[in-house]
Design a protein around this ligand. Sequence first.
Ligand SMILES: Nc1ncnc2c1ncn2[C@@H]1O[C@H](COP(=O)(O)OP(=O)(O)O)[C@@H](O)[C@H]1O
Ligand SMILES: [Mg+2]
Length: 371
Amino acid sequence: MGPVATMESVSAWDRRAAAPGGIGGAHGPAKAAVVGGTETPPAKPSRVPSLGASGKNSSDRQRDRPRRDHAPRVGLLVYMVARVLYFVPGDRERLDCVRAAQPSLEHPDERFMLDAPTPAYAPHRSLTADPNVNEVLSGLADYDGRRARLYFKPLSGVRRTAAHLYGQDNPVDVGIHEVAAWWLARELGPPWSELVAPTVWFDPPDAQDIGSCGPVILGMGGYASLPQPGAGFDRLISDAAFFDAVIGAQDRHDHNLRAEMPPRLALIDHGYAFARTGDWHNPYEAAGLFLKIRFGERRFRVPDGPVLDYSGVGPLSPALGAHEQAAIARLAADRDLLGVAQLLSDDRAQALRDRVARMAGSGEVLQAADF
Ligand SMILES: Nc1ncnc2c1ncn2[C@@H]1O[C@H](COP(=O)(O)OP(=O)(O)O)[C@@H](O)[C@H]1O
Ligand SMILES: [Mg+2]
C-alpha cells in the first residue's frame, strides 16, 4: 500500500501540473478521496522474482530532494519519503511528455475523456472480476451528447508489494504504462486500436500529491471474462496475443479483459507491462492467456473455480500474420517506437525494441513471459 502523502508533500511541480485548466484538461475536481489499495493481486506470488534494476541511486535521490522553502519543517520527513517512493530518475520527464501531448490529442475517445467534466468518481467494485484488484474508481462522464463510464486509477491505489514483485517499483511508471499501451495501440491502428482501452492521464485540480493522479480509462462493454468456450473469438485472441507479446504483458489473466457476444474483446489493465528480460510474470494459470491459447493451450485449471475451457477456439499459429509483420516492421524502423519510447524508461524501451527484433527474426510471437 502506498503512502498517503500530506499536502506538505506536494511539490511546486505537482501543484503546477494539477492546476485547473492545466494538463488535466477540463476535468473538474475528483470527488472521491484516494486511499491506498487494500486488496491482493489475482495470484498470490509464489516466489520472489529476480527484479530488474530499479534505477535508483543516492545521487539520483538527492536530485529529488525538496527545497527547504517549499517544505515546512513538519512535513519534511513525509515529503522526502514521498519523493523517494514516487519518483525515480526520468519519470517526471516521462509524465511531462504525456501531459504536454494531451491538449493536442485528436482521437475522439481521448478528447471525450479529456474534455468531459470530471465524473463523480466512486470506488468501483467489479461483479465479475476477482476483488483482488488495486484501487479503482469509476464514474459516468457526460459530454457533447455522449455518456460513458470512466475508470480512474489514482497512483496511491497501486499495491506496492505486488508491484515490487513485477519489478514495477515506481507507481508513476505503472500509471504511465496504462497510457503507453494505449498510445502504442492507437499508433499501430486496427485491429489493436480497437482492442485496447483508450487511456489518458488525469491530474485532479485538487490533487493532494502525485498519488492522487493517475490514468483514466474509457469503460469498455461486456464482462471481465472471456465467454466460454470462446468460440468466435479466434481472431481477437490472436491479435490480443500479438499485442501482449509486443508490450511484454506481465499480468494478462482472464479478468484483465472485457468481452461480450457477439464477439468483442477489449484489453484493460496495462500497469504491469513493458517488462524487461527476466522480469516476473504472474504465475497464475490463466495469466498470459492469449499467448498461451495462441501457442495451443485451451484448458486452464484455475484455483477455486471450474476449468476455463476454450476448446471452442480454433487452431491458431504463433507465426506472424501479414498485418503483424507490417506492425513489427514499423516498430523496428522507428527508434522512437511510434512515440511510445519517450513514455518508457530506457531499459523498458530497449526491451521492447529487442522483443520486436526477436519477433522479426523468428517470424513468430513470443511466448508469455518471454520478455
Ligand atoms: N476500461 C474498463 N472498462 C470496463 N471495466 C473496467 C475498465 N477498467 C477497469 N475496469 C473494472 O475495474 C476492475 C479493475 O481494473 P483493473 O484495470 O483490472 O485494475 P487492477 O490493477 O486493480 O487489477 C476491472 O476488473 C473491471 O471490472
Ligand atoms: Mg486487473
